[in-house]
Unconditional design. Structure first.
Length: 122
């Protein structure tokens, strides 16, 4: 069966947005394709299912926090997490891995540079 990788990625995204706790198997079944087909299609666009699912969950959590004024506990529950800390860790981890624009130093970078420059003076 032929498929368009981008269309399949969009279908996976829509499915995960509707049910964030979904699995690769349930997404594949709902789309009428095999798990390997979903995996290959996502791989063609540079993503894995787990990574895409986590990105979507973080985006949904951030959107809920901005627009619905919910607590972290309420957001975690709506997204299928039993412990708010698990969702908070996922969001923190995703923020660390996001690319910053060239020439932009994060607070951690500035602290590291300051420590490095102090060590070099000794």
């Amino acid at each position: 069966m032929a498929y368009d990788a981008r269309l399949l990625r969009d279908a996976v995204t829509a499915t995960v947005q509707a049910r964030p706790c979904t699995t690769l198997k349930s997404v594949a079944t709902s789309l009428g394709v095999g798990e390997h087909t979903v995996g290959r299609a996502l791989g063609e666009v540079g993503l894995g299912f787990r990574e895409l699912r986590q990105r979507i969950i973080v985006e949904l959590a951030e959107e809920m926090r901005r627009t619905e004024l919910l607590s972290v506990k309420e957001i975690a529950y709506r997204l299928g997490y039993s412990q708010p800390g698990s969702l908070a860790r996922l969001v923190r981890r995703s923020r660390k891995t996001r690319l910053t624009p060239p020439g932009t130093a994060t607070a951690r970078d500035r602290r590291g540079a300051a420590v490095y420059s102090r060590q070099g003076r000794r």
